[in-house]
Design a protein. Structure first.
Length: 248
């Protein structure tokens, strides 16, 4: 029923934006941060908290430990897009989704075929030498033990936004424009605890705000519709309902 309502709103909307987080990729086998079994709740064999391991300070002060942790917990090369990613890509192809804003760094939306994706926290697939600026593939990070190095000798780091670092202003501008001009905003798989990404929701001026999440979030009361369920199942049901409506 709630999926039908969302399908109806998507059909009526002039601009629908999806804003997602780590919950989008748990069904692809990538743990989120804050759920049971997430990176912040499991025990790791490192002496520092996960927040520190993913900080700029750790990259600078303990680069060897940073890269070990990053390779082990943040990069999942075997992960494939799930039915939720594929549903969003199909909806974009059908002209029903205008943009995806993601806090994820896994690149799975693009792998599923989505084209207009704003990656607020960067991507594991973009890596750069801090010395000469040359671009490197993910394999340079994954296949080199210890600190990955460029041929110039500089450290190669992922272009992901670490704690203590700022989001790229172009990505923030693009996300603000997409959200402030959206008619329907669907927020899924994020605890909305990470700032400034979560604060972007305040720019929404459209008709309907929809939240899809397995757990409560601080924004539930502001939403016009809350769907308490899995993203894959929900988004594929919504996509199916829209396709069926289109055939009638
Ligand atoms: P979070 O862990 O704080 O919250 C995830 C939320 O998604 C939780 O509320 C959980 O209940 C919900 N959830 C989990 N699986 C779900 C599913 N299948 N269907 C519906 N809901 C589901 O994650 P966050 O808010 O995105 O913030 C964590 C930060 O770490 C972000 O920057 C995030 O992108 C990054 N991160 C990225 C990845 C990735 O790239 N895949 C993985 C872990 C963390």
């Amino acid at each position: 029923m709630t999926g039908e309502q969302l399908a109806g709103w998507i059909d009526e909307s002039t601009s629908t934006v999806f804003f997602g987080g780590a919950g989008m990729s748990t069904e692809s086998g990538i743990p989120d941060f804050r759920s049971a079994g997430g990176l912040y709740t499991i025990r790791h064999d490192v002496p520092y908290p996960a927040e520190y391991m993913l900080s700029h300070g750790c990259l600078v002060e303990h680069p060897g430990e940073f890269f070990d942790f990053y390779r082990t917990y943040l990069v999942h090369p075997e992960a494939k897009p799930n039915i939720g990613h594929r549903a969003l890509a199909a909806l974009e192809r059908a002209g029903k989704i205008s943009a995806i804003i993601t806090q994820n760094i896994d690149g799975l939306h693009q792998e599923a075929g989505s084209r207009h994706v704003i990656e607020l926290h960067g991507s594991i697939h973009r890596n750069r030498c801090v010395n000469c600026g040359s671009a490197h593939s993910l394999s340079v990070i994954m296949d080199t033990p210890g600190i990955p190095r460029c041929s110039c000798g500089g450290m190669v780091r992922p272009e992901v936004v670490l704690y203590e670092e700022s989001l790229r202003s172009q990505d923030l501008d693009d996300a603000m424009t997409a959200i402030s001009t959206a008619d329907l905003l669907i927020v899924g798989g994020t605890s909305l605890n990470v700032y400034p990404a979560a604060a972007l929701l305040r720019f929404f001026r459209g008709r309907h705000l929809v939240l899809i999440n397995r757990e409560d979030t601080g924004y539930d009361r502001a939403a016009d519709l809350v769907i308490r369920g899995g993203l894959g199942e929900t988004l594929s049901a919504v996509q199916h309902a829209i396709m069926v409506r289109g055939e009638k």
